[in-house]
Write a protein that binds this ligand. Structure first.
Ligand SMILES: C[S@@+](CC[C@H](N)C(=O)[O-])C[C@H]1O[C@@H](n2cnc3c(N)ncnc32)[C@H](O)[C@@H]1O
Length: 227
């Protein structure tokens, strides 16, 4: 299930190199780097509208991060936030639960030379309405990687996505099936609330595409529209 057991994962993003320290031996899944996070960053790098200005880019609007506000849910070691920051998502809040904060902070600090900035972090438990308010939604871009694995956290996760995103915003989710129960509930709920688009596999980065990993884009259903 883990991408690699190596204590340090390196991820090139254009000319920069992220170096992420993981601890696979800890009690928390958030201290490991999961393949979904790498898949999302390399997909966004592949279709970066800045580098891909002259090419026929189906994701030019989606991945145009200029002046967008972003938030990551369940960031773990922060790979996706750091990668998307390097790709232009400069206003980003990186969130996770308290036990994961030391690993997140350590990796943000470790990558400060590449990022040239310390990214904003916040503790956020998906079901916590008070914390949602403190995060000051709406966000144009809500993203998460490999966060659907416990049935009991599915409803708060979907509510958090819905509550944080702008009406014309998007959720980008890099997904891998972890639990059949969580999977079933998650997709039932998502299809009720969102229009769901799956990125074709051949559009992922060829060196960072795994059979079992998919990227989805969610948009809020228009009022009066049902699933
Ligand atoms: C499998 S890890 C993925 C970490 C990272 N996104 C990655 O892909 O490397 C799942 C993450 O979701 C976070 N998480 C799980 N339940 C949560 C909850 N109820 N509220 C906030 N974060 C949660 C965990 O702390 C963990 O960091």
């Amino acid at each position: 299930m883990k991408f690699t057991d190596s204590p340090v994962i390196e991820l090139p993003v254009h000319d920069a190199l992220l170096s992420i320290q993981q601890d696979n031996g800890s009690m928390h899944v958030g201290t490991s780097v999961w393949p979904c996070s790498l898949v999302l960053v390399k997909f966004a790098e592949r279709w970066d509208p800045v580098k891909c200005a002259a090419c026929d880019n189906p994701y030019a609007d989606l991945l145009n991060f200029a002046n967008k506000r972003g938030i990551e849910l369940g960031a773990g070691c922060g790979v996706a936030s750091m990668g998307l920051y390097l790709l232009g998502l400069h206003d980003v809040v990186v969130t996770d639960i308290a036990p994961v904060m030391p690993a997140l902070k350590r990796n943000l600090k470790r990558n400060k030379p590449a990022l040239k900035k310390t990214l904003k972090i916040a503790q956020f438990y998906w079901g916590n309405e008070e914390q949602i308010k403190l995060l000051k939604p709406p966000f144009d871009f809500v993203f998460a990687t490999d966060v659907v694995y416990l049935e009991e956290t599915v409803a708060p996760l979907v509510k958090a996505m819905e509550g944080l995103m702008a009406d014309d915003g998007v959720v980008m989710l890099s997904y891998q099936l972890r639990s059949p129960e969580a999977h079933k509930l998650f997709w039932e709920m998502c299809h009720d609330v969102f229009d769901v688009e799956r990125i074709p596999h051949e559009h992922l980065h060829p060196e960072y595409a795994y059979e079992e990993t998919d990227i989805y884009v969610f948009r809020k259903k228009k009022k009066g529209q049902s699933s």
